[in-house]
Design a protein around this ligand. Structure first.
Ligand code: 8QM
Length: 398
C-alpha cells in the first residue's frame, strides 16, 4: 500500500475535546483502518489491538530510546535526562529492568501485603466515619497510594505534595507541546530538582525500594550512576498511574451496581476487577515508538526514524479482540489487555499497582454495600492519562 491509500485525519488526539471524551475518535480510528496517518503531528497511528500489540512487542523495529512521546530524541533535547527503563532499548535497558523486576516482583511484595491491607482498612474506616458523600479522587484514589507508596520507596516526609504535579507534567510532556504542557513548564525545573534530590542514597530510608536499588549498585548489578535514575523511575511512574487506576475501578463500580454486588459475593475478584478497570479505562492511553528502519505493520511501511502512536485504550476496546468491549464485566478474562503495555517494556510496577488496588477494593467490599456516582464527575485532562479531577460518590455502609 502506498501513502496515498492510508486513511488520514486532521483531528488532534491531544486536543481538549478529544481528551475529554476520547472514545468516539478512537472508534473512528479503529474503523478507518489498521494504520491511520495523523496529519496534525505527521505520525502513523494504530488503534486496533492487533497492530498495537505487534508494535509493542517489536522492540527491535520500534525503539523506545528516541523517546516514547512525540518528541524525537534523535533531533530534540529531552526535557529531562531519559529514563534508563522507559526510554532505553536493550542492551542498556536490561540491567536496570532486571534489578527493578526483582525489587517490585510478587515475591518481594509479600512483606507489604498485610501492612497495605491494614492501611486500606484504616483509610476506609476513617472515611466511613464522615459523610456518606465524598469526592473519591482526594479521599481514596490519591489518599491510598500517597499513604503507602512513598513510604515503601523510602521517601522522607517533606515535599510529597510534589509527586502528583511532577507526574502530571511528565505524562503531559509525552504529548505535543500544547497548552497542557505550557501550563506545567513553569514548575518543571523545580519539581524535577525536588524529585532528583529524593533519589540520592542518603535521602532514602534504609528499608524501602529506593534502598534496594542502591544495594543492587553495591553488588555491581547496576552502576552507582544508574541507581538514582532508577529511583526516579519509581517516583515518575508509580504515583499518578495508580491514582488514576484506582479512580478508574471506583468509577467502574459506582456506575455498575450489579458488578459491585458480584464483588461483594466474591471478594477474591478484586484483582480481576482492577485489571478489567485498567482495560476499560486505560489510565495510560497512548505511547509512541520510533522506527529503527523501514518497518511494515498493518500492510504499511513506517519510514525509518519516524514516530508511531499506539492507542492502548483503543486497543483495549477493540471489538475485533474483545466481546462487548465497552462493558465493565468481572465475568470476562481481561488478561492480554495492553493497559500495562506488552513485551519487553511491560509495566515493571504492575504487581505494586495490583496490590494497592486489591487492598483498597477489598477493604471497601467488606464495608460498603453500595456505591453510586453522584453526577458525571469531572475529568482531569492530560496528554497521556485518562484521569479524574473529581469523582463524587455516595456510599452505603454494610
Ligand atoms: C509510564 O521514568 C520512567 O522510567 C517512567 C515514567 C513513566 C512511565 C514509565 C516509566 C508508563 C507509566
Amino acid at each position: 500500500m502506498t501513502t496515498a491509500t492510508i486513511p488520514a485525519t486532521a483531528v488532534d488526539p491531544f486536543s481538549p475535546e478529544v481528551l475529554a471524551d476520547p472514545l468516539p475518535f478512537q472508534a473512528w480510528l479503529r474503523d478507518a483502518g489498521p494504520v491511520v496517518h495523523l496529519k496534525r503531528h505527521d505520525v502513523h497511528a494504530f488503534a486496533r489491538y492487533e497492530q498495537v500489540h505487534a508494535a509493542l512487542v517489536d522492540w527491535q523495529g520500534l525503539q523506545s530510546a528516541a523517546g516514547v512521546g512525540l518528541s524525537n530524541f534523535r533531533f530534540e533535547k529531552p526535557w529531562r535526562p531519559p529514563s534508563l527503563l522507559l526510554e532505553a532499548d536493550p542492551p542498556r535497558h536490561d540491567a536496570p529492568r532486571r534489578v527493578l523486576s526483582g525489587i517490585l516482583g510478587p515475591r518481594a511484595l509479600r512483606r507489604l501485603r498485610e501492612r497495605w491491607f491494614a492501611d486500606a482498612e484504616r483509610l476506609v474506616d476513617e472515611l466511613l466515619d464522615g459523610p456518606d458523600e465524598f469526592d473519591a479522587v482526594p479521599a481514596l484514589a490519591e489518599a491510598f497510594p500517597l499513604r503507602v507508596f512513598p513510604d515503601a520507596v523510602g521517601l522522607g516526609p517533606d515535599g510529597r505534595e510534589n509527586l502528583l504535579p511532577y507526574g502530571n507534567h511528565l505524562f503531559n510532556a509525552f504529548g505535543p507541546p500544547n497548552a497542557l504542557v505550557e501550563a506545567g513548564n513553569g514548575r518543571a525545573a523545580e519539581l524535577g530538582a525536588w524529585v532528583g534530590a529524593q533519589c540520592a542514597r542518603d535521602a532514602l530510608s534504609g528499608d524501602g525500594f529506593g534502598a534496594a536499588i542502591w544495594a543492587a549498585s553495591d553488588r555491581g548489578e547496576i552502576t552507582p550512576e544508574q541507581a538514582p535514575m532508577i529511583v526516579r523511575s519509581l517516583l515518575s511512574a508509580g504515583v499518578d498511574t495508580t491514582v488514576h487506576g484506582i479512580a478508574a475501578v471506583l468509577h467502574a463500580f459506582a456506575t455498575h451496581p450489579e458488578q459491585w454486588r458480584r464483588l461483594r459475593e466474591r471478594p477474591d475478584l478484586a484483582r480481576v476487577a482492577f485489571d478489567e478497570a485498567v482495560r476499560w479505562q486505560s489510565p495510560v492511553q497512548t505511547f509512541f515508538r520510533t522506527a529503527t528502519r523501514d518497518v511494515e505493520i498493518g500492510g504499511i511501511v513506517i519510514p525509518d526514524g519516524s514516530k508511531i502512536l499506539m492507542f492502548l485504550g483503543a486497543a483495549n476496546r477493540d471489538p475485533r479482540r474483545w466481546a462487548e468491549p465497552d462493558a465493565f464485566d468481572l465475568a470476562r478474562d481481561p488478561s492480554g489487555h495492553v493497559g500495562f503495555g506488552m513485551g519487553l517494556h511491560q509495566c515493571v510496577g504492575q504487581h505494586v499497582a495490583r496490590l494497592e488496588a486489591e487492598a483498597l477494593v477489598t477493604a471497601l467490599a467488606a464495608r460498603v454495600s453500595s456505591i453510586e456516582q453522584v453526577g458525571d464527575g469531572e475529568r482531569h485532562l492530560n496528554n497521556t492519562l485518562r484521569a479524574w479531577a473529581s469523582l463524587p460518590l455516595r456510599v452505603h455502609r454494610a
